[in-house]
Design a protein around this ligand. Structure first.
Ligand code: BEZ
Length: 220
C-alpha cells in the first residue's frame, strides 16, 4: 500500500472533537469494561505503543501520579495497547517492584485492535503494529472534548494533560474560553462580542480587563 493510500484510510477513521465517543466493550487488567460504565464521569482514554518499553513505563508512572488529582475532578483513566492482559499484568507488577508505584487504573488489552481502529490510534506510516501515544478526553456526556497524538519517540507532558482536563471542565461549568497557558486562578477570556453594538458596549465595561473590543479577560 502506498503512503497516500494509508493516509486516505486513516483520515476516514479518525474520530473528531465534538463526536460521540465510539462505544466499546473490552478486557482490561481489572476485568471487562465498557465505555458506558464511565457515563457521568470524565475519562482519559490513552494508548501507549508497547509494554516493557522505557518511555511508556515513564508515562504509565506519570499517569498514576496525576490520577488522585484527576479523581478529585470526577475523571478516570483508562490505558490501552495491543499487548495481552498477561503482558500488562506482568508489566504493572514489574513497575511496582522496580519503582514502588502501583498502577491503579485499568489497561485495555486490545489484541484485536478494535478500539485502536475505532479511535484511529494506529498511524501506519509511523508503525503498522503499535498504537501511538494518543489521549482522548471524553466528557461526562461521552463526547470527545480533546484529542492529543504524540509519536512513539516522545513522552507526553502529564501536567499539560491534567491542565487540559481542568481547563475543559472550567469551560463547561463557566461557559468561558481559557487563554494560552491558563491555570486555575488565572483570568479567563470573555467571549468576544458578536455585533458592532456589543463591541462598542464592551469597550465601556469597567467590570472586566479590556485589551481591545475582541480581547477581554475577567476573574472567575
Ligand atoms: C518506548 O516506550 O520507549 C518506545 C516504544 C515504542 C517505540 C519507541 C519507544
Amino acid at each position: 500500500m502506498s503512503q497516500v493510500d494509508t493516509q486516505a484510510q486513516t483520515a476516514v477513521s479518525l474520530p473528531r472533537i465534538g463526536d460521540d465517543a465510539p462505544q466499546f466493550e473490552v478486557n482490561t487488567t481489572q476485568g471487562p469494561v465498557s465505555l458506558s460504565d464511565y457515563k457521568g464521569k470524565w475519562l482519559l482514554l490513552f494508548s501507549h505503543p508497547a509494554d516493557f518499553t522505557p518511555v511508556c513505563t515513564t508515562e504509565l508512572i506519570g499517569f498514576q501520579n496525576i490520577y488522585p488529582r484527576l479523581k478529585e475532578k470526577n475523571t478516570e483513566l483508562l490505558g490501552l495497547s495491543v499487548d495481552s492482559v498477561q503482558s500488562h499484568i506482568a508489566w504493572v507488577r514489574n513497575i511496582e517492584e522496580k519503582s514502588g508505584v502501583r498502577i491503579e487504573y485499568p489497561i485495555i488489552a486490545d489484541s484485536s485492535r478494535q478500539v485502536a481502529t475505532q479511535y484511529g490510534m494506529i498511524h501506519p506510516n509511523e508503525s503498522q503494529t503499535e498504537t501511538n501515544r494518543a489521549v482522548f478526553v471524553i466528557d461526562d456526556q461521552q463526547k470527545i472534548r480533546a484529542i492529543i497524538y504524540y509519536p512513539l519517540t516522545t513522552g507526553r507532558n502529564l501536567d499539560e494533560i491534567e491542565r487540559l482536563v481542568t481547563a475543559l471542565q472550567t469551560t463547561t461549568n463557566e461557559q468561558v474560553p481559557t487563554p494560552a497557558d491558563w491555570t486555575p486562578g488565572d483570568q479567563v477570556v470573555v467571549p468576544p462580542p458578536k455585533t458592532q453594538q456589543e463591541a462598542e458596549e464592551r469597550l465601556k465595561d469597567e467590570s472586566i480587563d479590556i485589551t481591545d473590543w475582541y480581547l477581554s479577560k475577567k476573574n472567575l
